[in-house]
Design a protein. Structure first.
Length: 345
């Protein structure tokens, strides 16, 4: 299993990261533990979670995923086998804390609560799950309106969060910091303020990236290269769309679309795009899921691709994508399809 540096740190993470957001809703504790065991045996050292997991977030499920990870740490004593990432909810969530955006105060509260659930004394990478001001990147938003924002308020909030995160780094409760569902301008401000104030520098950004959602290929790729803020690509299978299981309007029992009673990634355009990629995989004798994941790993800005599964069989197949190298012919055909379907979701 290949590994890559996390930002400009000496920490190296495997290019496949274990996603966990189904544990505690679609998956039981025993199933979550089995996935951790399988991933560790396969050579993974990187695992990502969040305070709002399991999904869909609710008072009944949020925090449960961290508890499942914590019980595995306690049972096995193998906390040091993992580089562990977690996240604070970026904006208001009506059943978490005081229902305000992320700030120095709420970050400390969230970290302390996560550490307790995780049964550990530190989190290696701590991330802001989404920008409280909004985002182009979260759940397919087409309504983000930066022209409505108060710039001074946005910058004050970033500085406040950085100061809170810096204090937690000094205390050893977190190792490094990252963001998620962020924009190029937003990351630039995080970096600028951190540099001016001597505060922790971002090492990563966790945004959606897959064959049907490739905004990161544009100005984010340039920032990532020059500033060493690597992509942690979430949803490399577009929520399962790129496996083909939703084609022709099918919603398999137990799938994410069935469980959440809604699937914003699926529409007439995305179905057509997915069909083209499925046909490409078939022509070249590739598993479509492995082809999709291998594509995310082929991008020069990708630090890791986050793989979530509801079964160990799915997880083993996804991990196997690390051994797949896409030929120049396949990559050229991917670009031709992308030209036809630049943003289907």
């Amino acid at each position: 299993m290949k590994s890559k540096p996390l930002g400009r740190t000496d920490l190296r993470v495997t290019e496949i990261c274990l996603g966990t957001m189904t544990w505690g809703s679609q998956n039981t504790e025993a199933e979550g533990h089995a996935q951790i065991d399988l991933a560790l045996e396969a050579g993974l050292n990187f695992m990502d979670t969040a305070e709002i997991y399991a999904v869909p977030r609710s008072p009944q499920t949020s925090g449960r995923t961290e508890e499942i990870i914590g019980s595995w740490f306690k049972k096995t004593g193998k906390r040091d086998s993992w580089i562990l990432a977690s996240k604070i909810a970026g904006g208001p969530v009506d059943f978490i804390r005081d229902n305000t955006r992320a700030s120095a105060t709420t970050i400390r509260q969230a970290v302390d609560a996560s550490l307790q659930r995780l049964q550990t004394d530190h989190i290696d990478l701590y991330q802001i799950h989404w920008a409280s001001r909004g985002s182009y990147n979260f759940e397919g938003s087409w309504t983000y309106a930066p022209h409505t924002q108060d710039t001074a308020d946005v910058l004050d909030n970033i500085e406040d969060m950085l100061e809170g995160l810096g204090a937690l780094v000094k205390e050893g409760k977190i190792g490094h910091i990252g963001v998620s569902n962020e924009t190029t301008w937003g990351i630039a401000q995080w970096l600028r303020i951190a540099g001016q104030k001597g505060l922790p520098r971002l090492v990563s950004v966790q945004n959606e990236f897959n064959l049907v959602r490739r905004q990161f290929d544009l100005d984010m790729a340039e920032l990532s290269h020059h500033e060493a803020v690597g992509l942690l690509a979430y949803s490399p299978l577009a929520g399962g769309l790129l496996t083909g299981k939703y084609q022709n309007g099918v919603v398999p029992p137990g799938s994410r679309a069935h469980y959440q009673k809604g699937f914003w990634r699926y529409n007439e355009q995305s179905e057509a795009a997915a069909a083209a990629y499925l046909a490409l995989a078939a022509r070249h004798g590739l598993d479509p899921a492995q082809m999709a994941i291998a594509f995310t790993l082929s991008r020069p800005f990708t630090t890791a691709s986050i793989i979530g599964a509801t079964s160990t069989e799915q997880l083993a197949l996804a991990i196997g994508a690390a051994d797949v190298t896409l030929s120049p012919e396949v990559l050229a055909e991917i670009e031709a399809i992308h030209r036809r379907f630049p943003r289907p979701i």
